[in-house]
Design a protein around this ligand. Structure first.
Ligand code: NI
Length: 259
């Protein structure tokens, strides 16, 4: 079944129908979901979702947007949450230079990115990275960790760079998250990456409520729409859609250490 490796069901955009929607997942072919924390306020909401739904797991961490709000206490909380039974990843963490252009912001983001990579190492959990318009700095930090530290693997979520950058991550044995963008007409770069990357290193993800695939582009996204992403990947790879679903599900279970 489809494994959505990155969703935000804690978002208020799901307040009206969260329960009925999540209850419809299995009928829609979706077997497992990792809900990713972004802000500090998401921690408790993600825990509640993990407790309520057997098929919902959690990624725990703080998005670069909130790097400046982080304290030692926040980091302690991330570590504490990482030890929950259904926490499977440290994320989403990383660098965002699209929304934050000042050098001092970049320094804080890097510091908090590294601090959370340290937690991933120490708690033996895969990292889940958000990287936007920060290709070189992200790559540099990931390389440093993959080379000198004992990391438990990781994911570049919503991969948005080209083949050259993809190659670097793939050679380190990391996974690339692919979502609705792959169905967009103007997504030539991502389509090339999907064609190039081994299917054994690709993951399905929605980032819902954001990034709906065509034909729902611009509307609220849900994991059920991953069927369109599967079709797009199957077409690019010349594979059957069942094969795409099965292999990416196995990839997700492998990276998250879910048996
Ligand atoms: Ni996200």
């Amino acid at each position: 079944m489809i494994f959505d490796t990155h969703a935000h069901y804690d978002s208020e955009q799901f307040d009206e129908d969260r329960d009925s929607l999540l209850e419809s997942m299995s009928d829609g072919g979706v077997g497992m979901i990792v809900n990713s924390c972004a802000s500090i306020e998401d921690f408790d909401k993600t825990i509640a979702l993990m407790e309520k739904y057997p098929f919902v797991y959690g990624a725990v961490g703080v998005h670069p947007d909130d790097a400046e709000l982080m304290t030692e206490e926040t980091l302690a909380r991330v570590r504490e949450m990482a030890r929950l039974e259904k926490a499977v990843s440290i994320g989403e963490i990383g660098l965002d230079y699209y929304w934050h252009k000042e050098a001092h912001e970049h320094e804080v983001q890097k510091k908090m990115f590294r601090a959370q990579m340290d937690i991933a190492e120490e708690e033996k959990m895969p990292f889940m990275i958000h990287s936007r318009e920060a290709a070189q700095d992200t790559l540099e930090i990931v390389k440093e960790y993959m080379k000198n530290r004992k990391m438990s693997g990781g994911i570049i979520h919503c991969f948005s760079y080209g083949k050259e950058i993809a190659r670097e991550y793939l050679e380190m044995g990391l996974y690339l998250g692919v979502g609705g963008v792959v169905t967009f007409n103007n997504a030539r770069k991502l389509k090339e990456v999907v064609e190039y990357a081994p299917i054994t290193q690709l993951l399905l993800e929605t980032d819902c409520p954001y990034l709906s695939p065509v034909p729902f582009r611009g509307k609220r996204n849900t994991s059920l729409n991953l069927n369109y992403v599967v079709d797009a990947i199957a077409e690019i790879k010349g594979m059957a859609r069942e094969e795409v679903i099965e292999i990416t599900e196995n990839n997700a279970k492998r990276v998250f250490h879910i048996i």
